[in-house]
Write a protein that binds this ligand. Structure first.
Ligand SMILES: Cc1ncc(COP(=O)(O)O)c(C=O)c1O
Length: 620
């Protein structure tokens, strides 16, 4: 039986397997292979990041529709509003699309730094909310005033009392002599005693880096009152951590935040109308049923938020708050897929052609050869045992000097060939022993991408991402697979995990192309990605569907060329160019005619990116 690579667990109905192919379940349902080949036919090689704007829109629709449904069901009076936290993905090909597809929702942006704030000020439609979190200096707060004076609905969330003092100071500078004073709305991040769960749980809780204690909250209100700014205080904010795996910490946080909201209102914070519940809505990354990452649905999430806010408002006799969310991962993760070519299968070198059999071979090697030639379904298990046994003996004979390097090479090739043949012949056998053998003799797939650049959370945090081939899907994959990237770093490996086994096909990549796709890469990975070994952000393309269901490519952006990568590191690329050129021109190892050919080649290579273009004879 073929494998569906857990698509029903993580795929969100966005994909469909049909025959050999995985299809995009949208429009005319093109296959991922067809899309990939079309881009490669335009001359773009190496890894390709595909962005699908319809998948951004789908997630935004789900978020808004679920809160609309829950509000209706509970007859909730507060409004629902949402912003996208830019830290999750600031790349222009993503941000421009999110702004485009969210048209009609009044969807805004969240900023956590001055540079992100500039993006938010330039890209958020007037009327849609901007929220500003994180530590801020006077300049950042002044930028918030400029945004407010430009007509933006902007809320500055303070993380500590010093920020509030700066707001008061900047307000004086901007509004003291103004006939129509305008200031941003003020939010306060609250330091909850309830904390989150999972890898990012430390964003919440008493020891969190962020937020005001209850004493500071009361003090902040007094300061605002004194400065006549209390009517700008409109929001309290919390965030209990990204990828919230369970719903229970959210329930606790909602109770706590709801009571803080109600009590602050009772204390006289009349303009306080909103609770911003931050992000944290999780994404299902697991490819195996028993390892699922999330124990709740978006429906349960929306129901809980609305229910708790309504209950607390009713019990304390205050107005039901408007609810803001800053979900990032949930909105962005699905929209992009990294497709990368497999360059080599490690065991590909173990082929019959490479055997160097002698006229007279050591008897154990003769025996291995016989096993290889005569193995069949009935004998597969027995021959497999014999081959592994012979491998041990022959390696010992080599160590003791009884056989030579050619014999050792023949041993390795024959044993690998026997194992491969046996695993294929026993494909229907699900015994523990075979699984153990497959696990032991994994195939290493060398893939043209960088884990550090494209899956940094795998490297840094062990976060897994769904991985599957985009062809051969009607055939049963037989190889337990480890994935090697092309960096010179032993951490650049996704090792085979028997608990979440990745099996791939036994292909000869010199004869046919084989691509792997890495899914759910749209959140956090791109900007956290690092240029280890100077592998830069991969070539990217927007795949846009029109009303007829056909797709077209938009904004194809090729990975940086070699000189641009060096320029980014602040090398003087003019000097590098000059030096490389003069080295060739002044070399007395080459004649003049050859010099111009070599110079031509050099400039061609400098204009290309760092990913591998050719390996052996095949194009990658
Ligand atoms: C304040 C704040 N809001 C929103 C988010 C987004 O979280 P997520 O991507 O899990 O939805 C974060 C992420 O850490 C955050 O710190």
């Amino acid at each position: 039986m073929q494998s569906d690579y857990g698509i029903s667990i993580w795929g969100n109905d966005n994909y469909k397997i049909e025959g050999d192919n995985i299809l995009i379940n949208y429009g005319k349902k093109p296959s991922l292979l067809e899309i990939t080949k079309k881009i490669r036919d335009k001359g773009y090689k190496g890894p390709i990041l595909l962005r699908f704007p319809h998948l951004i829109k789908k997630q935004i629709d789900i978020l808004f529709n679920e809160f609309k449904r829950a509000s209706k069901e509970f007859n909730y009076k507060g409004k629902f509003r949402a912003v996208f936290p830019l830290k999750v993905n600031q790349f222009p090909n993503f941000v421009n699309e999110i702004v485009k597809v969210s048209n009609g929702y009044n969807y805004g942006l969240e900023a956590g730094s001055k540079a992100e704030l500039i993006i938010a000020m330039a890209k958020t439609p007037i009327g849609a909310p901007i929220t500003v979190n994180g530590f801020k200096d006077k300049e950042m707060i002044a930028l918030c005033f400029i945004a407010a004076k430009s007509g933006h609905d902007i809320t500055v969330t303070i993380e500590g009392l010093n920020e509030l003092k700066t707001i008061i100071e900047v307000n004086k500078e901007f509004n003291a002599n103004s006939k129509s004073p305008v200031a941003p709305k003020i939010g306060m991040r609250i330091r909850l005693h309830s904390s989150g769960i999972g890898t990012w749980a430390k964003s919440g809780g008493y020891s969190s880096k962020f937020g005001l204690t209850s004493t500071e909250l009361l003090e902040a209100c007094d300061m605002l009152e004194k400065e006549n700014l209390i009517d700008n205080f409109s929001m309290i904010h919390f965030h209990i951590g990204s990828q919230m795996e369970e719903i229970s910490p959210l329930k606790k946080a909602l109770r706590e935040a709801g009571n803080i909201y109600a009590d602050l209102k009772k204390q006289g914070a009349n303009a306080l109308t909103s609770i911003n519940i931050g992000g944290g809505l999780a994404v299902e990354y697991s490819q195996v049923q028993k390892n699922e990452n999330r124990n709740y649905s978006i429906k349960e999430f929306a129901n809980d938020v609305i229910y708790f806010m309504q209950e607390i408002a009713k019990n304390k006799g205050v107005k039901e708050p408007d609810i803001y969310t800053e979900s990032g991962r949930f909105i962005a993760a699905h929209h992009s897929i990294l497709v990368a070519p497999v360059l080599e299968l490690f065991s590909q070198e173990y082929n019959e052609k490479s055997l160097r059999l002698k006229k007279k071979n050591p008897p154990l090697i003769e025996e291995l050869y016989d096993l290889y030639k005569s193995i069949n379904k009935n004998s597969a298990r027995e021959y497999l045992h014999d081959a592994i046994d012979h491998l041990d003996s022959l390696l010992t004979l080599f160590d003791l000097g009884y056989i030579d390097l050619e014999d050792r090479s023949n041993t390795e090739i024959l044993v690998n060939l026997i194992i491969k043949k046996a695993i294929k012949l026993l494909a229907q056998d699900n015994s523990d022993e075979l699984t153990k053998l497959q696990n032991k003799f994994q195939e290493k797939y060398l893939v043209n991408f960088s884990i550090f650049q494209s899956l940094p959370d795998f490297w840094g945090l062990g976060q897994t991402f769904p991985i599957m081939p985009i062809s051969h899907l009607s055939k049963k994959p037989t190889q337990a697979a480890s994935i090697w990237d092309i960096t010179c770093d032993s951490d650049g490996e996704i090792s085979y995990d028997a608990k979440a086994p990745l099996k791939l096909h036994d292909v000869d990549v010199e004869k046919e192309e084989y691509f792997l796709a890495f899914f759910l890469t749209g959140a956090y990975q791109e900007v956290l990605g690092m240029k280890h070994n100077l592998f830069s952000h991969p070539t990217e393309a927007i795949v846009r569907f029109n009303e007829n269901g056909d797709y077209e490519f938009d904004s194809i952006l090729e990975a940086q060329n070699l000189m641009d990568i060096l320029d980014d590191l602040d090398y003087d690329i003019g000097a590098i160019d000059k030096k490389l050129k003069s080295n060739i021109e002044e070399s007395n190892l080459i004649d003049d005619e050859e010099k111009s050919i070599i110079l031509g080649k050099l400039y061609l290579y400098l204009s290309e990116n760092s990913y591998l273009k050719t390996i052996q004879a095949s194009k990658v």
